[in-house]
Design a binder for this molecule. Sequence first.
Ligand SMILES: [Fe+2]
Length: 418
Amino acid sequence: MTRNRPTSLDATIESPWHDVGSSRVPSAVYTDRAIYERELDRIFYGPHWSYVGLEIEISEPGCFKRTAVGERSVIMIRNRKGEINVLENRCAHRAMRFCQERTGKVKTLVCPYHQWNYNHDGKLLGVPFRNGVKGNGGMPADFELEDHGLNRLKVAVRNGVVFACFDHDVESIEDYLGPDILAAFDRTFDGRKLVLHGYSRQRIPGNWKLMMENIKDPYHPGLLHTWFVTFGLWRADNESRLELDRHGRHAAMISRRSEKVVSNVEEGVTSFRKNMELNEPLLLDIVHESWWGRDTVCMTTMFPNVIFQQQVNSLSTRQILPLGPDKFDFVWTHFGFEDDDAEMTERRLRQANLFGPAGFVSADDGEVIEFSQEGFEQDKNFSTLCELDGTSVGPADHMVTETLIRGMYRYWREVMEL
Ligand SMILES: [Fe+2]
């Protein structure tokens, strides 16, 4: 078990925040190395659950996937009993990140450096030349294998989705999400067996929180995304609701595609292209699924590292892997359900083209994050303005608000003591 409590060293950060509240966010929050290190300690390695993957990615005993929590490399692996472990990818001997494959299937985990090997629970099984060679050397007599296993994270599995946490005292995943966000989660992950459709990966040169902000920002999709606006998938006048957990750290943006247009919100919106047509109309071959209810979109941000996406028939998890204050890797895992027929699977794969690094509505999100980061770097004394619909934090029944962003920063300031 690893505890990562704030050290006395990091208590010396001077808060860049000069006002109360969370509606103005200083540049340093996105650029400062010391602030980022504290985020790793308190958020990613502290009492917060991180998404690590889907159960179906490791279908059999010995199957593993390498991923990360914060910047620490971890391995999600299934043991012989079928249980899922998340083990730190660091040999107990000399700290080697011994696993370099992205996925695989193994009998034991072996560090190539000195061939220390571990079972699927991270238990050390053997050490070469432990008793020396011809009476020379070897480990001390009091060396015990059980004292030198791999670091095991606490694991939670809910309806096929796997979460891990370095802090074993963390609350349950259900309490962590709270009732409203749990309901948004369970709407998609209701226990149906999942099917893996594939991955997209990208590296975005911006602060990791900007991606969370992007999916807590219902203001931009109807403006930035030509595709959404022009083909009516997201309009500022769609019926919608925004929900948060009691801390304001997680959120869900839920909306309904309008059956008929009641107002011309696209008037004056330059991203609306009246003459734009699809060469492949099947991209918009949307088929209503009964589990949606009346809502066609549900975007859930689970603090700190994952977004659960349902945009019409396209489903994905989007994992954030921070790599310093100014970049992160973003991994999209596209999935469907076992009871999907061949046509629905085809449709989900087709609609996956809307998203991902080159997606019609996501390439531009990556780009605006990059350009925002450049703005923070160029003026360290700047503070962003998140005051659309006031300065308070709470649920809403419309999209013209930045309340979810304020919610995240209200919580962030508490945890970070800044
Ligand atoms: Fe967007």
